[in-house]
Design a protein around this ligand. Structure first.
Ligand SMILES: Nc1ncnc2c1ncn2[C@@H]1O[C@H](COP(=O)(O)OP(=O)(O)OP(=O)(O)O)[C@@H](O)[C@H]1O
Length: 315
Protein backbone atom coordinates (compact mmCIF):
# COMPACT_ATOMS: atom_id res chain seq x y z
CA UNK A 1 0.00 0.00 0.00
CA UNK A 2 1.44 3.43 -0.83
CA UNK A 3 2.74 5.44 2.09
CA UNK A 4 0.15 8.12 1.48
CA UNK A 5 -2.56 6.03 3.13
CA UNK A 6 -0.65 3.93 5.61
CA UNK A 7 1.02 6.90 7.28
CA UNK A 8 -2.25 8.66 7.92
CA UNK A 9 -4.80 7.91 10.60
CA UNK A 10 -7.91 8.21 8.45
CA UNK A 11 -10.20 8.19 11.47
CA UNK A 12 -9.05 11.81 11.83
CA UNK A 13 -10.79 14.33 9.63
CA UNK A 14 -7.61 16.38 9.19
CA UNK A 15 -5.83 13.31 7.81
CA UNK A 16 -8.61 12.65 5.30
CA UNK A 17 -8.57 16.26 4.19
CA UNK A 18 -4.79 16.11 3.82
CA UNK A 19 -5.01 12.85 1.86
CA UNK A 20 -7.49 14.26 -0.66
CA UNK A 21 -6.08 17.79 -0.80
CA UNK A 22 -3.79 16.96 -3.71
CA UNK A 23 -6.49 15.22 -5.73
CA UNK A 24 -7.80 17.09 -8.77
CA UNK A 25 -11.48 17.93 -8.44
CA UNK A 26 -12.38 16.67 -11.89
CA UNK A 27 -14.06 13.55 -13.31
CA UNK A 28 -11.82 10.49 -13.33
CA UNK A 29 -9.06 12.04 -11.21
CA UNK A 30 -6.25 9.82 -9.89
CA UNK A 31 -6.40 8.97 -6.17
CA UNK A 32 -3.39 8.43 -3.88
CA UNK A 33 -4.33 4.82 -3.16
CA UNK A 34 -7.44 3.62 -5.00
CA UNK A 35 -9.34 0.63 -3.63
CA UNK A 36 -11.45 0.44 -6.79
CA UNK A 37 -10.40 1.48 -10.29
CA UNK A 38 -12.91 1.31 -13.14
CA UNK A 39 -12.23 1.69 -16.88
CA UNK A 40 -14.58 1.94 -19.83
CA UNK A 41 -17.68 0.52 -18.24
CA UNK A 42 -20.84 0.94 -20.30
CA UNK A 43 -24.31 -0.54 -20.13
CA UNK A 44 -27.12 0.05 -22.61
CA UNK A 45 -30.78 -0.79 -22.17
CA UNK A 46 -32.31 -0.65 -25.64
CA UNK A 47 -31.55 2.85 -26.87
CA UNK A 48 -30.65 4.17 -23.40
CA UNK A 49 -27.06 4.44 -22.27
CA UNK A 50 -27.51 3.86 -18.55
CA UNK A 51 -23.79 3.87 -17.69
CA UNK A 52 -20.82 5.21 -19.63
CA UNK A 53 -17.93 5.68 -17.21
CA UNK A 54 -14.53 6.13 -18.86
CA UNK A 55 -12.42 6.12 -15.69
CA UNK A 56 -13.13 6.29 -11.98
CA UNK A 57 -11.00 5.69 -8.91
CA UNK A 58 -12.42 5.27 -5.41
CA UNK A 59 -9.97 6.10 -2.63
CA UNK A 60 -9.28 3.52 0.06
CA UNK A 61 -10.26 4.20 3.68
CA UNK A 62 -12.63 7.13 3.19
CA UNK A 63 -16.36 7.67 2.57
CA UNK A 64 -17.24 8.46 -1.04
CA UNK A 65 -20.78 9.48 -1.99
CA UNK A 66 -22.17 8.73 -5.44
CA UNK A 67 -24.86 11.27 -6.23
CA UNK A 68 -26.84 12.36 -9.27
CA UNK A 69 -30.41 12.95 -10.40
CA UNK A 70 -32.89 10.11 -10.87
CA UNK A 71 -31.92 7.85 -13.75
CA UNK A 72 -28.27 8.98 -13.70
CA UNK A 73 -27.09 5.36 -13.64
CA UNK A 74 -25.96 5.04 -10.02
CA UNK A 75 -27.75 1.78 -9.23
CA UNK A 76 -26.80 0.25 -12.57
CA UNK A 77 -23.17 1.20 -11.88
CA UNK A 78 -23.37 -0.51 -8.45
CA UNK A 79 -24.85 -3.61 -10.09
CA UNK A 80 -22.13 -3.72 -12.75
CA UNK A 81 -19.13 -3.43 -10.49
CA UNK A 82 -20.47 -5.95 -7.97
CA UNK A 83 -21.12 -8.55 -10.69
CA UNK A 84 -24.92 -8.39 -10.57
CA UNK A 85 -25.12 -7.10 -14.13
CA UNK A 86 -22.84 -7.37 -17.15
CA UNK A 87 -21.39 -4.37 -18.99
CA UNK A 88 -20.65 -4.08 -22.71
CA UNK A 89 -17.37 -5.68 -23.83
CA UNK A 90 -14.22 -3.67 -23.16
CA UNK A 91 -14.86 -2.85 -19.52
CA UNK A 92 -12.31 -3.60 -16.83
CA UNK A 93 -12.03 -2.84 -13.16
CA UNK A 94 -9.80 -3.79 -10.28
CA UNK A 95 -10.50 -4.07 -6.58
CA UNK A 96 -7.65 -3.86 -4.10
CA UNK A 97 -5.22 -4.48 -6.95
CA UNK A 98 -7.06 -7.56 -8.21
CA UNK A 99 -8.86 -7.71 -11.60
CA UNK A 100 -12.48 -8.57 -10.89
CA UNK A 101 -14.26 -7.61 -14.10
CA UNK A 102 -14.93 -11.19 -15.16
CA UNK A 103 -15.88 -12.25 -11.66
CA UNK A 104 -19.26 -13.44 -10.37
CA UNK A 105 -21.10 -11.51 -7.69
CA UNK A 106 -20.31 -14.08 -5.02
CA UNK A 107 -16.60 -13.97 -5.84
CA UNK A 108 -16.63 -10.18 -5.82
CA UNK A 109 -18.09 -10.38 -2.34
CA UNK A 110 -15.47 -12.89 -1.27
CA UNK A 111 -12.76 -10.58 -2.63
CA UNK A 112 -14.06 -8.10 -0.02
CA UNK A 113 -16.51 -5.82 -1.82
CA UNK A 114 -20.10 -6.14 -0.62
CA UNK A 115 -23.24 -4.19 -1.23
CA UNK A 116 -26.31 -3.91 0.91
CA UNK A 117 -29.65 -5.28 -0.24
CA UNK A 118 -33.05 -4.07 0.64
CA UNK A 119 -35.17 -6.56 2.56
CA UNK A 120 -37.32 -8.44 0.09
CA UNK A 121 -40.59 -10.21 0.91
CA UNK A 122 -38.87 -13.52 1.56
CA UNK A 123 -36.31 -11.94 3.89
CA UNK A 124 -39.10 -10.10 5.72
CA UNK A 125 -40.61 -13.44 6.67
CA UNK A 126 -37.38 -14.61 8.27
CA UNK A 127 -36.27 -13.63 11.76
CA UNK A 128 -33.61 -11.00 12.23
CA UNK A 129 -31.09 -13.65 13.32
CA UNK A 130 -31.91 -15.90 10.36
CA UNK A 131 -31.38 -12.95 8.06
CA UNK A 132 -27.91 -12.62 9.50
CA UNK A 133 -27.16 -16.32 9.25
CA UNK A 134 -29.01 -16.44 6.00
CA UNK A 135 -30.60 -19.44 4.54
CA UNK A 136 -33.77 -19.21 2.67
CA UNK A 137 -33.15 -18.24 -0.82
CA UNK A 138 -35.71 -16.88 -3.16
CA UNK A 139 -34.66 -14.24 -5.53
CA UNK A 140 -31.36 -14.03 -7.25
CA UNK A 141 -29.98 -11.55 -4.74
CA UNK A 142 -30.84 -13.81 -1.85
CA UNK A 143 -29.19 -16.82 -3.45
CA UNK A 144 -26.11 -14.70 -3.97
CA UNK A 145 -26.27 -13.52 -0.41
CA UNK A 146 -26.24 -17.06 0.83
CA UNK A 147 -23.37 -17.93 -1.47
CA UNK A 148 -21.41 -15.00 -0.05
CA UNK A 149 -21.66 -16.66 3.28
CA UNK A 150 -20.32 -19.97 2.01
CA UNK A 151 -16.81 -19.37 3.28
CA UNK A 152 -18.27 -18.72 6.70
CA UNK A 153 -20.34 -21.86 6.57
CA UNK A 154 -17.23 -23.94 6.55
CA UNK A 155 -16.80 -22.71 10.11
CA UNK A 156 -18.79 -24.11 13.00
CA UNK A 157 -22.36 -22.87 13.09
CA UNK A 158 -21.73 -21.65 16.63
CA UNK A 159 -19.00 -19.31 15.42
CA UNK A 160 -21.29 -17.92 12.76
CA UNK A 161 -24.06 -17.38 15.26
CA UNK A 162 -21.68 -15.68 17.69
CA UNK A 163 -20.57 -13.36 14.95
CA UNK A 164 -24.18 -12.60 13.97
CA UNK A 165 -25.11 -11.91 17.60
CA UNK A 166 -22.19 -9.61 18.16
CA UNK A 167 -23.03 -7.63 15.03
CA UNK A 168 -26.67 -7.42 16.13
CA UNK A 169 -25.50 -6.11 19.47
CA UNK A 170 -23.30 -3.53 17.79
CA UNK A 171 -26.24 -2.36 15.66
CA UNK A 172 -28.62 -2.37 18.64
CA UNK A 173 -30.79 -5.11 17.17
CA UNK A 174 -30.04 -7.86 19.66
CA UNK A 175 -33.40 -7.57 21.38
CA UNK A 176 -35.07 -8.04 18.00
CA UNK A 177 -33.16 -11.15 17.03
CA UNK A 178 -36.21 -13.44 17.16
CA UNK A 179 -38.63 -10.95 15.58
CA UNK A 180 -39.53 -11.14 11.93
CA UNK A 181 -37.43 -8.77 9.88
CA UNK A 182 -40.67 -7.47 8.37
CA UNK A 183 -41.68 -6.04 11.77
CA UNK A 184 -38.67 -3.72 11.94
CA UNK A 185 -38.94 0.03 11.44
CA UNK A 186 -37.38 1.64 8.35
CA UNK A 187 -34.25 2.61 10.25
CA UNK A 188 -33.87 -0.80 11.89
CA UNK A 189 -34.10 -2.44 8.46
CA UNK A 190 -31.25 -0.28 7.25
CA UNK A 191 -29.23 -1.31 10.30
CA UNK A 192 -29.96 -4.96 9.56
CA UNK A 193 -28.92 -4.56 5.92
CA UNK A 194 -25.64 -3.05 7.08
CA UNK A 195 -25.07 -5.66 9.79
CA UNK A 196 -25.74 -8.49 7.32
CA UNK A 197 -23.23 -7.11 4.83
CA UNK A 198 -20.59 -7.17 7.57
CA UNK A 199 -20.92 -10.93 8.10
CA UNK A 200 -18.28 -11.42 5.39
CA UNK A 201 -15.76 -8.93 6.86
CA UNK A 202 -15.59 -6.77 3.73
CA UNK A 203 -12.84 -4.31 2.85
CA UNK A 204 -15.32 -2.10 1.05
CA UNK A 205 -19.02 -1.68 1.67
CA UNK A 206 -21.42 -0.21 -0.86
CA UNK A 207 -24.60 1.23 0.59
CA UNK A 208 -27.60 1.92 -1.63
CA UNK A 209 -29.51 4.83 -0.11
CA UNK A 210 -28.75 3.94 3.51
CA UNK A 211 -30.94 6.73 4.88
CA UNK A 212 -34.05 6.24 2.71
CA UNK A 213 -37.17 5.81 4.85
CA UNK A 214 -35.31 6.40 8.10
CA UNK A 215 -36.85 8.66 10.73
CA UNK A 216 -34.72 11.59 11.96
CA UNK A 217 -34.09 9.98 15.35
CA UNK A 218 -32.34 7.01 13.77
CA UNK A 219 -30.59 8.97 11.05
CA UNK A 220 -27.95 10.19 13.46
CA UNK A 221 -27.30 6.71 14.73
CA UNK A 222 -27.05 5.29 11.20
CA UNK A 223 -24.65 8.03 10.20
CA UNK A 224 -22.55 7.20 13.24
CA UNK A 225 -22.41 3.54 12.19
CA UNK A 226 -21.30 4.43 8.66
CA UNK A 227 -18.60 6.72 10.04
CA UNK A 228 -17.39 4.09 12.45
CA UNK A 229 -16.96 1.59 9.59
CA UNK A 230 -14.70 4.13 7.90
CA UNK A 231 -12.88 4.82 11.18
CA UNK A 232 -12.14 1.10 11.48
CA UNK A 233 -10.45 1.19 8.08
CA UNK A 234 -13.24 0.17 5.73
CA UNK A 235 -13.77 1.90 2.39
CA UNK A 236 -17.36 3.14 2.01
CA UNK A 237 -19.15 4.00 -1.24
CA UNK A 238 -22.76 5.05 -0.93
CA UNK A 239 -25.58 6.28 -3.13
CA UNK A 240 -27.71 8.89 -1.41
CA UNK A 241 -30.27 11.48 -2.42
CA UNK A 242 -30.33 13.35 0.88
CA UNK A 243 -27.80 16.17 0.49
CA UNK A 244 -27.66 16.83 4.23
CA UNK A 245 -26.35 13.32 4.66
CA UNK A 246 -23.94 13.66 1.75
CA UNK A 247 -22.50 16.86 3.18
CA UNK A 248 -22.35 15.48 6.67
CA UNK A 249 -20.40 12.29 6.15
CA UNK A 250 -18.72 12.31 2.72
CA UNK A 251 -15.01 12.80 2.38
CA UNK A 252 -15.37 12.84 -1.39
CA UNK A 253 -18.30 13.09 -3.79
CA UNK A 254 -18.69 11.66 -7.29
CA UNK A 255 -21.53 13.04 -9.40
CA UNK A 256 -23.14 11.06 -12.20
CA UNK A 257 -25.53 12.37 -14.83
CA UNK A 258 -26.84 10.53 -17.86
CA UNK A 259 -24.50 7.61 -17.18
CA UNK A 260 -21.29 9.62 -16.98
CA UNK A 261 -19.20 10.95 -14.13
CA UNK A 262 -19.62 14.71 -14.52
CA UNK A 263 -17.89 15.99 -11.39
CA UNK A 264 -15.79 14.93 -8.41
CA UNK A 265 -14.56 16.73 -5.34
CA UNK A 266 -15.47 17.64 -1.79
CA UNK A 267 -19.21 18.03 -1.14
CA UNK A 268 -18.94 21.78 -0.83
CA UNK A 269 -16.95 22.31 -4.01
CA UNK A 270 -18.84 19.78 -6.08
CA UNK A 271 -22.21 21.33 -5.34
CA UNK A 272 -20.95 24.68 -6.55
CA UNK A 273 -19.80 23.29 -9.90
CA UNK A 274 -21.76 24.29 -12.97
CA UNK A 275 -21.83 20.72 -14.32
CA UNK A 276 -23.58 19.60 -11.15
CA UNK A 277 -26.02 22.47 -11.14
CA UNK A 278 -26.79 21.67 -14.76
CA UNK A 279 -27.23 17.98 -14.04
CA UNK A 280 -29.77 18.62 -11.30
CA UNK A 281 -31.48 21.70 -12.58
CA UNK A 282 -30.98 21.87 -16.32
CA UNK A 283 -28.68 24.40 -17.93
CA UNK A 284 -31.19 27.24 -17.87
CA UNK A 285 -30.86 27.63 -14.09
CA UNK A 286 -28.05 29.56 -12.49
CA UNK A 287 -28.62 28.42 -8.94
CA UNK A 288 -25.75 27.31 -6.75
CA UNK A 289 -26.06 23.91 -5.08
CA UNK A 290 -23.49 25.17 -2.58
CA UNK A 291 -26.22 27.45 -1.30
CA UNK A 292 -27.45 25.88 1.92
CA UNK A 293 -31.02 26.88 1.21
CA UNK A 294 -30.97 24.45 -1.67
CA UNK A 295 -30.13 21.66 0.69
CA UNK A 296 -33.41 21.96 2.56
CA UNK A 297 -35.39 18.79 1.95
CA UNK A 298 -38.25 20.69 0.40
CA UNK A 299 -36.04 22.50 -2.09
CA UNK A 300 -34.11 19.42 -2.97
CA UNK A 301 -37.31 17.49 -3.57
CA UNK A 302 -38.41 20.24 -5.96
CA UNK A 303 -35.09 20.05 -7.81
CA UNK A 304 -35.34 16.31 -8.11
CA UNK A 305 -38.92 16.47 -9.30
CA UNK A 306 -37.87 18.94 -11.94
CA UNK A 307 -34.95 16.77 -13.06
CA UNK A 308 -37.30 13.79 -13.22
CA UNK A 309 -39.75 15.73 -15.37
CA UNK A 310 -36.96 16.76 -17.68
CA UNK A 311 -35.69 13.24 -18.08
CA UNK A 312 -39.22 11.96 -18.71
CA UNK A 313 -39.67 14.71 -21.28
CA UNK A 314 -36.53 13.51 -23.05
CA UNK A 315 -37.44 9.84 -23.11
N1 LIG B 1 -33.43 -3.25 -16.16
C1 LIG B 1 -33.55 -2.12 -16.87
N2 LIG B 1 -34.19 -2.12 -18.06
C2 LIG B 1 -34.31 -0.98 -18.79
N3 LIG B 1 -33.83 0.21 -18.42
C3 LIG B 1 -33.18 0.27 -17.25
C4 LIG B 1 -33.01 -0.88 -16.40
N4 LIG B 1 -32.33 -0.51 -15.29
C5 LIG B 1 -32.09 0.81 -15.43
N5 LIG B 1 -32.60 1.29 -16.60
C6 LIG B 1 -32.49 2.67 -17.09
O1 LIG B 1 -31.14 3.05 -16.97
C7 LIG B 1 -31.05 4.41 -16.54
C8 LIG B 1 -30.25 4.48 -15.23
O2 LIG B 1 -31.04 3.92 -14.19
P1 LIG B 1 -30.50 3.75 -12.70
O3 LIG B 1 -31.59 3.10 -11.92
O4 LIG B 1 -29.18 3.10 -12.72
O5 LIG B 1 -30.33 5.26 -12.23
P2 LIG B 1 -30.16 5.83 -10.75
O6 LIG B 1 -29.17 6.93 -10.86
O7 LIG B 1 -29.85 4.73 -9.82
O8 LIG B 1 -31.60 6.43 -10.46
P3 LIG B 1 -32.37 6.59 -9.05
O9 LIG B 1 -31.64 7.64 -8.31
O10 LIG B 1 -33.73 7.04 -9.50
O11 LIG B 1 -32.38 5.27 -8.37
C9 LIG B 1 -32.48 4.93 -16.42
O12 LIG B 1 -32.81 5.57 -17.63
C10 LIG B 1 -33.28 3.66 -16.23
O13 LIG B 1 -34.59 3.83 -16.72
Amino acid sequence: MPESTTNLDLSQKSARVELMSGVAEEPGSAKPDPMLTVDNITRHFGGITAVDVTHLEVQRGIITALIGPNGAGKTTFFNLITGFDKPSPGASWTFDGQGISKTSASRVARAGMVRTFQLTKALNRMTVLDNMMLGAPGQRGERLLSSWLQPLWSRQEKDIEDKALSLLERFKLLEKKDDFAGSLSGGQRKLLEMARALMTDPKMIMLDEPMAGVNPALTQSLLGHVESLRDEGMTVLFVEHDMHVVRHISDWVVVMAEGKVVAEGTAKNVMAQQAVVDAYLGAHHDTDLGDDALLEDENFAAIEAEAQQESEGRS
